[in-house]
Design a protein around this ligand. Sequence first.
Ligand code: SF4
Length: 344
Amino acid sequence: MERCKTRGVHTTVATNGTLLSQEICQRLVECGVKYVEISLDSIRAEEHDRFRGMEGAWKRTVEGIRNAAATKGLRAGMAMCVTRLNYHHAEPMINFAKDLGCTTFVHFNFIPVGRGRDMAEMDITPAERENLLRLLNRYLQEGQISIMSTAPQFGRACILYGPLEGLMATAHGGKGKGKQAKVLSKYIGGCGAGRCYCCIQPNGKVTPCVYMPSVEVGDLKRQTLLEAWDNPLFALLSNREDRGDHCAVCDFRAYCGGCRARALSYVEDVQAGDPGCIYNQHVWEEVVRNAEKRNELVVLGQHNRVDSLLAGASSGTITTTNTDRLVRDTLTTITDAVPSRRQT
Ligand code: SF4
């Protein structure tokens, strides 16, 4: 970070906050860091600790947020990845962030990649996401705390639910007020993957988004970032006229474009409609139907059926013959969970 400072690179830090002592916060300021974003999963300590697999994590994280917020020259943000586990706590979490002195609350859209593939059934439905975006817009317009969301539909929600001259989320550009911000948002708002943002992995590989870790478009060990950026996939991602489902005709496609990582994860088509949007409810329903057809191993939005899946796994009626990787991975997870779940 010191080197970033000397080279004029703007640096922010995303962390679980458990090591953010007053001294570390001060050191971050000296290294030129102006913003620290800290993940908190629940207003309830026991739920956060269970999800993180670490007793006492919530207490340490909250202490870290307090330390960051109290450090002169540093702004603190609270990040919350919303799932069915914590969806109903979104509003108390925003108020908690305000109480702790955070300048920003960030909603992270759940995307089933990495270990997230094992918990895809915890994703919220399009209707729940729409309610959440409406709530986020209300707090954004109130102006007591800055609100950000990685759901690209947030810009559309600001237009639909906010006043004409109100605040507008411009995604990677932050927020702005009135018509000018809305015009700007047409160019820089919504999903920024391969459009106004990319990911550089620790090994130098370039991907459109942190949530597309296997989609490598370049390698900074062999080329410059500019050379890596100039690739056909980024050109495709930048063209919002070339989309599927309702994203193809949506009046808000210039502001949003739909989450490309979600389309890729759920539909295996980077141009498909974002199944998380209320306008693409039919895509979501198809994703759920297809999951059910595959021996009901992934029942999105209906996790009360996990017990029947466990019964199938233990009786041998569910097999691993299906070649779909997601199904295989999920079966492994479920099968592994059978003994411990039976004990409870
Ligand atoms: S249909 Fe697509 S472009 Fe329109 S708001 Fe929904 S996700 Fe965004």
